[in-house]
Design a protein around this ligand. Structure first.
Ligand SMILES: [Cu+2]
Length: 289
Protein backbone atom coordinates (compact mmCIF):
# COMPACT_ATOMS: atom_id res chain seq x y z
CA UNK A 1 0.00 0.00 0.00
CA UNK A 2 2.75 2.33 1.02
CA UNK A 3 4.66 1.61 -2.19
CA UNK A 4 1.54 2.46 -4.16
CA UNK A 5 1.13 5.76 -2.36
CA UNK A 6 4.76 6.63 -3.02
CA UNK A 7 4.28 5.75 -6.66
CA UNK A 8 1.19 7.95 -6.91
CA UNK A 9 2.98 10.82 -5.17
CA UNK A 10 5.91 10.40 -7.53
CA UNK A 11 3.70 10.49 -10.59
CA UNK A 12 1.79 13.54 -9.33
CA UNK A 13 5.15 15.23 -8.83
CA UNK A 14 6.24 14.18 -12.31
CA UNK A 15 3.07 15.61 -13.85
CA UNK A 16 3.45 18.85 -11.87
CA UNK A 17 7.04 19.16 -13.04
CA UNK A 18 6.02 18.48 -16.61
CA UNK A 19 3.28 21.14 -16.39
CA UNK A 20 5.72 23.66 -14.93
CA UNK A 21 8.03 23.06 -17.86
CA UNK A 22 5.40 23.14 -20.55
CA UNK A 23 3.43 26.05 -19.07
CA UNK A 24 5.72 28.57 -20.73
CA UNK A 25 5.96 26.77 -24.08
CA UNK A 26 4.00 28.61 -26.71
CA UNK A 27 1.83 26.66 -29.10
CA UNK A 28 0.50 27.63 -32.50
CA UNK A 29 -3.27 27.15 -32.67
CA UNK A 30 -6.00 28.49 -34.94
CA UNK A 31 -7.15 31.90 -33.70
CA UNK A 32 -10.92 32.03 -33.77
CA UNK A 33 -12.46 35.51 -33.86
CA UNK A 34 -9.14 37.11 -33.04
CA UNK A 35 -9.14 40.71 -31.92
CA UNK A 36 -6.71 43.60 -32.28
CA UNK A 37 -4.96 45.77 -29.74
CA UNK A 38 -3.87 49.14 -30.98
CA UNK A 39 -2.87 52.39 -29.44
CA UNK A 40 -0.44 55.26 -29.24
CA UNK A 41 2.57 55.91 -27.08
CA UNK A 42 2.96 59.50 -26.06
CA UNK A 43 5.80 61.32 -24.43
CA UNK A 44 5.52 64.18 -21.98
CA UNK A 45 8.36 66.39 -20.88
CA UNK A 46 11.24 67.72 -22.95
CA UNK A 47 12.71 65.49 -25.62
CA UNK A 48 16.34 64.83 -24.70
CA UNK A 49 19.04 66.04 -27.06
CA UNK A 50 20.56 63.61 -29.51
CA UNK A 51 23.62 61.88 -28.14
CA UNK A 52 26.79 62.84 -29.94
CA UNK A 53 29.67 60.48 -30.63
CA UNK A 54 32.96 61.02 -32.42
CA UNK A 55 33.80 58.48 -35.09
CA UNK A 56 37.29 57.29 -34.37
CA UNK A 57 37.58 54.19 -36.50
CA UNK A 58 36.99 53.26 -40.13
CA UNK A 59 35.78 56.71 -41.30
CA UNK A 60 35.83 55.35 -44.85
CA UNK A 61 32.59 53.55 -44.01
CA UNK A 62 31.37 55.18 -40.83
CA UNK A 63 31.98 58.73 -42.08
CA UNK A 64 33.94 61.54 -40.47
CA UNK A 65 31.02 63.50 -39.06
CA UNK A 66 30.00 63.02 -35.44
CA UNK A 67 27.22 60.48 -35.06
CA UNK A 68 24.04 61.74 -33.44
CA UNK A 69 22.04 58.97 -31.85
CA UNK A 70 18.38 59.46 -30.98
CA UNK A 71 18.04 57.32 -27.89
CA UNK A 72 14.59 58.75 -27.48
CA UNK A 73 12.98 59.27 -30.85
CA UNK A 74 10.00 61.52 -30.52
CA UNK A 75 7.98 63.86 -32.70
CA UNK A 76 4.81 65.78 -31.79
CA UNK A 77 4.85 64.25 -28.29
CA UNK A 78 4.75 60.70 -29.63
CA UNK A 79 7.33 58.07 -28.80
CA UNK A 80 8.82 55.62 -31.30
CA UNK A 81 10.78 52.39 -30.71
CA UNK A 82 8.72 51.21 -27.75
CA UNK A 83 8.39 47.43 -27.66
CA UNK A 84 4.84 46.34 -26.87
CA UNK A 85 4.22 42.76 -25.85
CA UNK A 86 1.57 40.54 -24.36
CA UNK A 87 2.62 38.42 -21.42
CA UNK A 88 1.61 34.82 -20.88
CA UNK A 89 -0.17 33.91 -24.07
CA UNK A 90 -0.26 30.11 -24.21
CA UNK A 91 -1.41 29.64 -27.80
CA UNK A 92 -2.28 31.58 -30.92
CA UNK A 93 -0.84 32.85 -34.19
CA UNK A 94 2.54 31.66 -35.46
CA UNK A 95 5.75 33.61 -35.04
CA UNK A 96 7.01 35.40 -38.14
CA UNK A 97 9.14 33.33 -40.50
CA UNK A 98 11.86 35.90 -40.19
CA UNK A 99 12.68 38.64 -37.74
CA UNK A 100 15.20 40.91 -39.40
CA UNK A 101 16.36 44.41 -38.68
CA UNK A 102 19.10 46.70 -39.82
CA UNK A 103 20.06 49.76 -41.78
CA UNK A 104 21.12 53.34 -41.19
CA UNK A 105 18.67 55.67 -39.37
CA UNK A 106 17.01 57.15 -42.43
CA UNK A 107 16.11 53.71 -43.74
CA UNK A 108 16.27 51.56 -40.60
CA UNK A 109 13.82 48.71 -40.79
CA UNK A 110 12.12 45.89 -38.93
CA UNK A 111 11.14 43.17 -41.33
CA UNK A 112 8.81 40.33 -40.42
CA UNK A 113 7.74 37.75 -42.95
CA UNK A 114 4.37 36.68 -41.55
CA UNK A 115 3.37 33.21 -40.49
CA UNK A 116 4.88 29.83 -40.23
CA UNK A 117 6.98 29.34 -37.17
CA UNK A 118 5.85 27.63 -33.99
CA UNK A 119 8.96 29.03 -32.34
CA UNK A 120 10.70 32.35 -32.47
CA UNK A 121 12.91 32.29 -35.59
CA UNK A 122 15.84 34.18 -34.07
CA UNK A 123 16.83 37.74 -34.86
CA UNK A 124 18.91 38.70 -37.87
CA UNK A 125 20.79 41.99 -37.72
CA UNK A 126 22.19 43.61 -40.83
CA UNK A 127 24.61 46.36 -39.86
CA UNK A 128 25.01 49.03 -42.50
CA UNK A 129 26.95 52.30 -42.52
CA UNK A 130 28.05 51.47 -38.99
CA UNK A 131 24.53 51.21 -37.60
CA UNK A 132 23.07 47.98 -36.28
CA UNK A 133 19.55 49.12 -37.19
CA UNK A 134 16.53 50.28 -35.20
CA UNK A 135 17.29 51.22 -31.59
CA UNK A 136 15.08 48.45 -30.19
CA UNK A 137 14.38 44.87 -31.20
CA UNK A 138 13.26 41.54 -29.80
CA UNK A 139 15.09 38.30 -29.03
CA UNK A 140 14.15 34.99 -27.42
CA UNK A 141 15.91 32.73 -24.94
CA UNK A 142 17.82 29.91 -26.62
CA UNK A 143 17.47 31.45 -30.09
CA UNK A 144 20.07 32.97 -32.37
CA UNK A 145 21.21 36.48 -32.92
CA UNK A 146 22.51 36.31 -36.50
CA UNK A 147 24.69 39.11 -37.80
CA UNK A 148 24.99 39.66 -41.53
CA UNK A 149 27.45 42.48 -42.00
CA UNK A 150 26.63 44.76 -44.94
CA UNK A 151 29.70 46.87 -44.22
CA UNK A 152 33.17 46.11 -45.58
CA UNK A 153 34.64 46.87 -42.12
CA UNK A 154 34.84 44.90 -38.93
CA UNK A 155 32.27 45.36 -36.16
CA UNK A 156 32.69 43.74 -32.76
CA UNK A 157 29.27 42.87 -31.34
CA UNK A 158 29.44 42.87 -27.56
CA UNK A 159 26.21 41.74 -25.94
CA UNK A 160 25.19 42.09 -22.32
CA UNK A 161 22.38 40.59 -20.30
CA UNK A 162 20.99 43.70 -18.68
CA UNK A 163 18.89 44.11 -15.57
CA UNK A 164 18.66 47.43 -13.78
CA UNK A 165 22.21 48.66 -13.43
CA UNK A 166 23.75 45.23 -13.74
CA UNK A 167 25.28 44.42 -17.10
CA UNK A 168 26.85 41.01 -17.73
CA UNK A 169 28.70 40.13 -20.90
CA UNK A 170 26.99 37.42 -22.92
CA UNK A 171 29.12 37.54 -26.09
CA UNK A 172 32.12 39.50 -27.23
CA UNK A 173 33.09 38.58 -30.78
CA UNK A 174 34.37 40.02 -34.03
CA UNK A 175 32.17 40.32 -37.08
CA UNK A 176 34.43 40.64 -40.09
CA UNK A 177 33.69 42.98 -42.97
CA UNK A 178 30.79 41.53 -44.99
CA UNK A 179 31.02 38.52 -42.68
CA UNK A 180 28.55 36.52 -40.63
CA UNK A 181 28.33 35.73 -36.96
CA UNK A 182 25.73 33.56 -35.21
CA UNK A 183 25.35 33.86 -31.46
CA UNK A 184 22.97 32.05 -29.15
CA UNK A 185 20.95 34.10 -26.69
CA UNK A 186 21.40 32.60 -23.23
CA UNK A 187 20.07 34.43 -20.22
CA UNK A 188 21.24 32.92 -16.95
CA UNK A 189 17.93 33.69 -15.24
CA UNK A 190 14.34 33.93 -16.41
CA UNK A 191 14.04 37.27 -14.64
CA UNK A 192 16.56 38.88 -17.04
CA UNK A 193 14.66 40.16 -20.02
CA UNK A 194 16.89 42.67 -21.76
CA UNK A 195 19.93 42.34 -23.97
CA UNK A 196 22.10 45.32 -24.80
CA UNK A 197 24.18 45.25 -27.94
CA UNK A 198 27.25 47.41 -28.39
CA UNK A 199 30.05 47.46 -30.91
CA UNK A 200 33.51 47.52 -29.41
CA UNK A 201 34.84 49.20 -32.56
CA UNK A 202 32.30 52.02 -32.77
CA UNK A 203 30.91 53.52 -29.61
CA UNK A 204 27.81 54.99 -31.26
CA UNK A 205 26.56 51.52 -32.24
CA UNK A 206 24.24 50.73 -29.33
CA UNK A 207 20.96 48.86 -29.47
CA UNK A 208 18.56 47.18 -27.09
CA UNK A 209 16.51 44.01 -27.32
CA UNK A 210 13.57 42.81 -25.19
CA UNK A 211 12.95 39.12 -24.65
CA UNK A 212 9.66 37.82 -26.01
CA UNK A 213 7.98 34.47 -25.42
CA UNK A 214 5.16 34.64 -27.94
CA UNK A 215 4.58 36.39 -31.27
CA UNK A 216 2.26 39.05 -29.81
CA UNK A 217 4.68 41.96 -29.94
CA UNK A 218 5.01 45.20 -31.89
CA UNK A 219 7.16 48.31 -32.11
CA UNK A 220 5.75 51.80 -31.89
CA UNK A 221 6.21 53.77 -35.12
CA UNK A 222 7.32 57.39 -35.52
CA UNK A 223 3.78 58.57 -34.84
CA UNK A 224 3.72 56.48 -31.66
CA UNK A 225 1.20 54.01 -33.04
CA UNK A 226 1.27 50.24 -32.71
CA UNK A 227 -0.97 47.30 -33.55
CA UNK A 228 -1.01 43.71 -32.33
CA UNK A 229 -3.39 41.53 -34.30
CA UNK A 230 -4.94 38.04 -34.25
CA UNK A 231 -5.18 38.05 -30.48
CA UNK A 232 -7.32 35.23 -29.08
CA UNK A 233 -10.21 36.80 -27.13
CA UNK A 234 -9.32 37.10 -23.45
CA UNK A 235 -7.70 39.29 -20.84
CA UNK A 236 -3.96 39.93 -20.94
CA UNK A 237 -1.18 42.01 -19.53
CA UNK A 238 0.19 44.39 -22.13
CA UNK A 239 3.72 45.64 -21.51
CA UNK A 240 5.30 48.76 -22.97
CA UNK A 241 9.08 48.83 -22.72
CA UNK A 242 11.68 51.37 -23.81
CA UNK A 243 15.30 51.02 -22.66
CA UNK A 244 15.70 54.68 -21.77
CA UNK A 245 12.86 54.61 -19.23
CA UNK A 246 13.53 52.89 -15.95
CA UNK A 247 10.31 51.00 -15.57
CA UNK A 248 8.35 49.18 -18.15
CA UNK A 249 4.65 49.95 -18.07
CA UNK A 250 1.91 47.42 -17.84
CA UNK A 251 -1.84 47.48 -18.27
CA UNK A 252 -4.58 44.92 -18.37
CA UNK A 253 -6.36 44.67 -21.68
CA UNK A 254 -9.44 42.69 -22.61
CA UNK A 255 -9.79 41.60 -26.19
CA UNK A 256 -13.24 40.67 -27.42
CA UNK A 257 -14.08 38.44 -30.39
CA UNK A 258 -13.25 40.33 -33.59
CA UNK A 259 -12.98 43.51 -31.56
CA UNK A 260 -10.42 46.27 -31.37
CA UNK A 261 -9.14 47.28 -27.97
CA UNK A 262 -7.42 50.60 -27.54
CA UNK A 263 -4.49 50.77 -25.17
CA UNK A 264 -2.39 53.91 -24.83
CA UNK A 265 0.72 54.56 -22.78
CA UNK A 266 2.36 57.75 -21.63
CA UNK A 267 6.07 58.00 -20.90
CA UNK A 268 7.63 60.94 -19.12
CA UNK A 269 11.02 62.25 -20.22
CA UNK A 270 13.39 63.58 -17.63
CA UNK A 271 15.45 66.62 -18.45
CA UNK A 272 18.99 66.02 -19.53
CA UNK A 273 20.94 69.17 -18.56
CA UNK A 274 22.45 69.85 -21.99
CA UNK A 275 23.76 68.14 -25.08
CA UNK A 276 26.03 65.41 -23.85
CA UNK A 277 29.59 65.90 -25.00
CA UNK A 278 31.42 62.96 -26.44
CA UNK A 279 31.90 60.57 -23.58
CA UNK A 280 35.23 59.06 -22.72
CA UNK A 281 35.58 55.38 -23.48
CA UNK A 282 33.32 53.34 -21.21
CA UNK A 283 34.96 52.10 -18.04
CA UNK A 284 36.02 48.48 -18.33
CA UNK A 285 33.03 46.44 -17.31
CA UNK A 286 34.99 43.27 -16.63
CA UNK A 287 35.23 43.70 -12.87
CA UNK A 288 31.58 44.53 -12.39
CA UNK A 289 30.13 41.63 -14.26
CU1 LIG B 1 31.03 48.67 -35.38
Amino acid sequence: MRTKRVAITASVFAIATWLAHTASAYEVAPVKDGGTISGTISLTGPVPELRRFKVEKTPEVCGTEDRLVAEIRSKDNKLADVVLLLEEVAAGKPFPKEEVQGGPPESAFHSQVPGGNAEFPGTTIKPKECIFGPYTGVIAQGKMLNFRNQDPVKHSPHTYASKGRVKTTMHNEDLEGEGQLDLEVKFAKASIKVLKLECDQHEHMQNWFRKVENPYYAFSAEDGSFTIDQVPPGTYKLIAWHPKFKREQKQEVTVSANGTTEANFKFKARIRPKATPVEPAAAPSGGGE
